[in-house]
Design a protein around this ligand. Structure first.
Ligand SMILES: Cc1cc2nc3c(=O)[nH]c(=O)nc-3n(C[C@H](O)[C@H](O)[C@H](O)COP(=O)(O)O)c2cc1C
Length: 169
C-alpha cells in the first residue's frame, strides 16, 4: 500500500490534522500540499487521504477539482469546518463530499472536525455586502466562538483513532 496524504488548507487547521493522521499511517507514504500536487506521480499511489477545508457547505474548490481527476482509487477524507460535524450543516457537508468521492472512486471513510474560523472572514461577515449573506446572528457568533479552540489535542487523537481503525479493517 502506498498512501498519499494531500491537503488543502488556507489557515493551517486542515494541515495540522492531516499531519497528525500521517504520523500513524503504516507502509509507504507521502504528504503534500495540494499546491504542490503536480510534482507527484499520482498513479504511483493507490490510497489517498484527502484533507480539505469546508467552503460554503462542501469541500473547497481545489479539492473538488482534485477528486474529480481521480479514478478507481481508494480514498478517505479529512475535512475541517467551523460548524459542529454532528450539526445538520456538518451532516450535509459529509453527504456532499461522500457523493463526490464515490462517483469514480471507492470511498473508505471520512472524518470531520471543527476548525477555527479566520478572524478576517469574521470581520468581513459583519460588513456590507456580506452582512446580507452571512449575517452575524447569535447562532453564527456561537458557532464562531465554539470553533475557536479547534482543532485541539482531542481532535488529533480522534482523527488518529478513526484512521487506525479504518485501515485495520
Ligand atoms: C470563505 C470561507 C467559507 C467557509 N465556509 C464554511 C462553511 O460553509 N461551513 C463551515 O462550517 N465552515 C466554513 N468555513 C470555516 C472553515 O471551513 C474552517 O475554519 C476550516 O477549519 C479552515 O481550514 P484551514 O485552516 O485548513 O484553511 C469557511 C471559511 C472560509 C474562509
Amino acid at each position: 500500500m502506498n498512501t498519499l496524504v494531500v491537503y488543502s488548507s488556507l489557515t493551517g487547521n486542515t494541515k495540522m490534522v492531516c499531519e497528525k493522521v500521517y504520523e500513524i499511517i503504516e507502509g509507504e507514504k507521502s504528504i503534500v500540499s495540494i499546491s504542490d500536487i503536480k510534482e507527484l506521480d499520482i498513479d504511483s499511489f493507490n490510497r489517498f487521504i484527502i484533507g480539505f477545508w469546508v467552503d460554503k457547505g462542501t469541500a473547497d474548490k481545489r479539492t473538488r477539482e482534485f477528486i474529480k481527476k481521480l479514478s478507481k482509487k481508494e480514498i478517505a477524507f479529512i475535512g475541517t469546518l467551523g460548524a459542529e460535524p454532528e450539526s445538520d450543516h456538518g451532516k450535509k457537508v459529509f453527504e456532499r463530499v461522500t457523493e463526490l468521492c464515490n462517483k469514480n472512486n471507492n470511498l473508505l471513510g471520512g472524518f470531520l472536525c471543527r476548525g477555527k474560523i479566520d478572524p478576517k472572514l469574521v470581520e468581513k461577515m459583519g460588513k456590507f455586502p456580506l452582512k446580507l449573506v452571512h449575517p452575524l446572528t447569535p447562532e453564527r457568533l456561537e458557532r464562531i466562538e465554539g470553533a475557536k479552540s479547534h482543532p485541539n489535542e482531542k481532535d488529533f487523537e480522534n482523527a488518529q483513532n478513526y484512521f487506525k481503525s479504518l485501515f485495520a479493517r
